[in-house]
Structure formats: C-alpha cells, structure tokens
Design a protein around this ligand. Sequence first.
Ligand code: SAM
Length: 242
Amino acid sequence: MKQVTRDNRREWFQEWANEYDNTLGKLKRHHKMLDLVVTLSGIKRNDQILDIGCGTGLLSLKFLNKTDCTITAIDSSSQMLRIFQEKIEKFNLTEKIHCSQASAEDMNFKPDRFDIIAATVALHHVKFKEPVIKNIYDCLKGGGKFIIGEIDMDTTGRLDDPRRLLRILNFLNEEFVLAMKEGGMQAFERMYDNGKKHILNDGEYCIGFSQWAKLCKNAGFKNVEVSPVKEFEWFKVLVATK
Ligand SMILES: C[S@@+](CC[C@H](N)C(=O)[O-])C[C@H]1O[C@@H](n2cnc3c(N)ncnc32)[C@H](O)[C@@H]1O
C-alpha cells in the first residue's frame, strides 16, 4: 500500500479546497456541528481563540458572528487558507482573524495564550495525537476550553478485519445518503473518496469519543464532556477544561 506522508495528505486538501464550501460546507449536519461547538465553547467578548485545521474558515466565522473576539487560525493547506483569506478581506476582518500555514503537529505558541482552542474534523488527520493534545493543553489559559467536533468513528484495528470494515461502512452509509441528498453528486463523490481514505487509514485516523476523552484526561484536562449533534448523533462535540 502507498505510504501516506504529511505531504500527500496536504496535496489532497489543496485539491479539495475549491470545492470545499460546495461539498462538506453545504451539509446541514456540518453546520449543526459547528454551531454546537460555538454554543458549548461558552465564548465571551474579547476571547482569544485558536482554530486548528481552519479550512475555509467556516468555524472561525461562526465564532466571530457570535461575539467580538480575536482568532488565530492555522491549516496545513495553503489553498484552504487562500480561500479563507479571500473571505477575511471581503468581510474586512483582517484585524480580527490571523491565518497562517502550520500543521497541528508543529504548533509553536506561547503557553497560556488562548481562552478557547477548537478543531473541527481536523484532528483525526493527526496520526500521533497525544503530543498534539498535550501541546494544546499548554497553550490554553487556566480555565480555558478545548473543543473538538468529530465523527464518532473508530477506524483503528487490522485493515482487513471484517468487523472493523462493517463498523466503518455503517457510519459511512449515513454520510453518503446525506451528501447525495444535500450536496448532490459532487458532495457524494467527495464523501466517497473520504470513505475510502477512512477504510485504508490513508491520512484519516479516526478514533471514538471515549478514546478522545481518555487522551484529554491524560493530558490533564478536567470536566471532559461529550455531546451528540442532534439528529446527526454519529457526530459529537467534546469540551474539556484546563
Ligand atoms: C475537513 S477540513 C475541516 C475544516 C474546518 N475545520 C471545518 O470544520 O469546516 C480538515 C482541514 O484540516 C486541515 N488539516 C489536515 N491535517 C492537518 C494538520 N495535521 N494540521 C493542520 N491542519 C490540518 C486540512 O488542510 C483541512 O483544511
């Protein structure tokens, strides 16, 4: 099987960037998850927020829509960032949002810097999650919140284990039908491509929320709480407090 490197994962997102807002960005369940992330974050005026794997900025813009805050946004794909930067300029938000190209694995922020660190459908691309979550803990202020929105799907295990394949396919069925219904053929094709990557662990390393919660507790987080996205319960949001 082809070796997955961080470079070819980045290339795949470069290619998806132009279609992103017309595929995943069109699905109601994605917006409901992002809205739940913003609500559960308890965001306050003037908060400092870090959005990891910001993509085309859908989550960052929802935070800013909720209240006045300052956002640092990072992503490993320059194409995703280009599209986000166009929106920032169009909406005159250059004072409020600062984007830069960086991977979650290479973040180098000062300790105790952010009130909220959020990542939606981004951290499952990180293969070795433990050091990244520890770094997130360090970058948060005391009492700060870490929030993840992700699919509650465990893709670990032997690649050809039939129980593993069935577990993944059951989740993907829901995704494919939704994509077809709400985003049409273009979204379906994209989700189908994502699905193959989940099955092959090809740049997608999903874990379940009990595993996310354990990683957070091991990093030192308190009050780790998981909430399902209403109507789309196979997506969940985790909030953990430093
Ligand atoms: C499915 S998109 C999610 C974008 C956005 N958070 C949202 O919810 O719409 C995943 C994003 O994570 C980025 N990404 C993937 N691996 C990453 C990594 N290791 N570090 C930072 N960003 C990464 C991709 O380039 C892509 O923009």
